[in-house]
Design a protein around this ligand. Structure first.
Ligand SMILES: NC(=O)c1ccc[n+]([C@@H]2O[C@H](COP(=O)([O-])OP(=O)(O)OC[C@H]3O[C@@H](n4cnc5c(N)ncnc54)[C@H](OP(=O)(O)O)[C@@H]3O)[C@@H](O)[C@H]2O)c1
Length: 332
């Protein structure tokens, strides 16, 4: 099959070429990929930034989101059949959606929302599962709570704003001047233009902050949280608890404990909790997300779509860090 893969780690690596078709296990569903989307994670995987946490072998087909059609199912698969239109963030150990075919454990799959086309559907899984796991699973956001979502114009932010509003929260977000109006239109109650304003001076008494930016933003976020609030970070630093959940070595656990000791200490001083979230594949959660999308509660936000041949360009585009919503790639 045709796929975009790397044969070693490196910033510029990756080529479109032929690789063997995937092996389909008894719990796997073989999917013809129609569309995929790009996440900053793809670039981090290709540079090797995640090699201690995710030890891949080569050739490694990149890609963490898919929408497509079921071709064949393993003998133990119960919930899917050939012809079903599905979408998924495959489990992190077996990624590879920048490809014509992928075998995915059925536990990660859900039926694609009927009201989305393939590219729209491929824009959802990783980013929305991240928002879901942060706001529903960890924060358990309640009606009337105040939630700050950093980088509201990004792939995760555009969906997290909509989800937080659906949960009944008062939502603030940060973005740059040019994005303020359309991010407001996604439902944010307050939009902080980070080019002109300092969010830490503008916001007070928040219950939850979802951070996906750097260490300075993470630390300043403590100032806007009220006692008992929750600081959830997607961009690190990771914690020993994460190392344990991930089954990493004791040594890595200690390294992560050390990396996060500063922010954990400051969080304790402010009387708030600190959680590092590394999102996980989850077909059951994705099926609930399908219902929200079909009910019209959540809408995908797509910046640009690239053809399969331009995968390297799509990666470069996302690496610039200026995407407005998601960037998709059409495979079929
Ligand atoms: N831990 C996890 O499980 C997990 C899951 C998903 C994502 N992530 C991480 O979370 C981060 C965001 O992911 P993403 O997919 O949303 O990325 P993205 O779509 O590439 O984010 C781009 C957006 O970030 C905004 N942005 C950049 N700097 C900003 C700043 N200082 N303040 C406010 N907004 C800013 C940009 O808006 P402007 O152009 O207006 O600056 C742009 O719209 C990435 O680092 C990703 O790796 C982690």
């Amino acid at each position: 099959m045709k796929a975009f893969f790397i044969d070693r780690y490196g910033k510029q690596n990756g080529m479109l070429g032929e690789v063997p078709d995937p092996v389909v296990g008894v719990h796997d569903v073989l999917i013809q990929v129609h569309a995929t989307s790009v996440n900053p994670l793809d670039s981090k995987i290709r540079t090797g930034e995640f090699k201690l946490i995710l030890p891949y072998t080569f050739p490694l087909v990149l890609g963490n989101d898919l929408a497509g059609v079921v071709v064949r199912t393993g003998s133990a698969v119960k919930r899917f059949k050939p012809g079903d239109e599905v979408y998924a963030r495959p489990p992190e150990a077996r990624i590879g959606t920048f490809a014509e075919l992928i075998a995915v454990n059925e536990s990660a799959l859900a039926l694609k929302p009927l009201n989305l086309d393939m590219a729209e559907a491929a824009s959802i899984p990783l980013a929305f599962l991240t928002a879901w796991q942060a706001l529903v699973e960890i924060a358990q956001v309640k009606k009337g709570q105040k939630v700050l979502i950093h980088a509201g114009s990004g792939g995760v932010g555009t969906l997290a704003i909509q989800l937080a509003k659906h949960l009944g929260a008062f939502v603030a977000t940060t973005t740059s001047t040019a994005n303020v109006e359309w991010v407001k239109a996604l439902g944010a109650d307050v939009v902080i233009d980070y080019k002109q304003q300092d969010f830490a001076n503008e916001l007070r008494d928040f219950d939850v902050v979802l951070n996906s930016l750097g260490a300075d933003v993470l630390e300043n976020s403590l100032k806007v949280l009220k006692a008992g609030g929750q600081l959830i970070s997607l961009s690190g630093p990771p914690t020993a608890q994460f190392a344990q959940e991930q089954g990493l070595s004791w040594v890595l656990g200690q390294v992560m404990r050390l990396l996060s000791s500063g922010i954990r200490r400051k969080a304790r001083k402010h009387g708030v909790s600190y959680t590092f979230l590394f999102m996980r594949a989850n077909g059951m959660q994705l099926q609930k997300i399908t219902s929200l999308i079909e009910a019209g509660v959540i809408k995908p936000v797509i910046d640009r779509s690239f053809p399969f041949e331009s995968t390297a360009e799509a990666l470069r585009y996302v690496e610039q860090g200026r995407s407005k919503g998601k960037v998709t790639i059409t495979i079929k």
